[in-house]
Design a protein around this ligand. Sequence first.
Ligand code: SF4
Length: 178
Amino acid sequence: MKKTLASDWLAGCSGCHMSLLDLDERLLALVEHVDLTATPITDLKRPAEAGVDIGLLEGAVNNSSTETVARRMRRCCKTLVAFGDCAVFGGIVTLRNRVPAADALRRAYIETETTVDGRIPRDEELAVIQPARPVGDVVAVDVCLPGCPPASDAIEHVLAELIAGRTPSLKGTLLDWH
Ligand code: SF4
């Protein structure tokens, strides 16, 4: 029976998903073993639902919206993979932590040539900025797949191991596939 696979992304650049797509024709072999049930990289942009076997989560948590996505993926996925450096240890997203949120907002909305009305939006529906954190600081992670982005071969290896019911190991050559 096929396993189910879902993916989603948080703060980052989507480069990890692009590396997944770089599997090219090997994706055809992959879909013989998994059903991709939810992902932002298809036209069916729906969130994961409960009971997914494998979840790939790219990017770091950096606001209330991305935290909600991370918690949902944790609830829905039996095995959650922190997908790429930003997810594993915060990566470049955590560089923003060096700048106080108020300073960043002022720079983005007021001290810029494209300022519209010189004010910081305060709509209650906007995500609340948080310090950037790796996924594992917010929810439990089962497998870490580092790399910026992880190499396609490494992604294929990790998915093959999980599909086979094994726990992927980082020992050996996994980190040399860059
Ligand atoms: Fe982008 Fe690298 Fe972060 Fe992946 S790990 S989201 S490629 S910056």
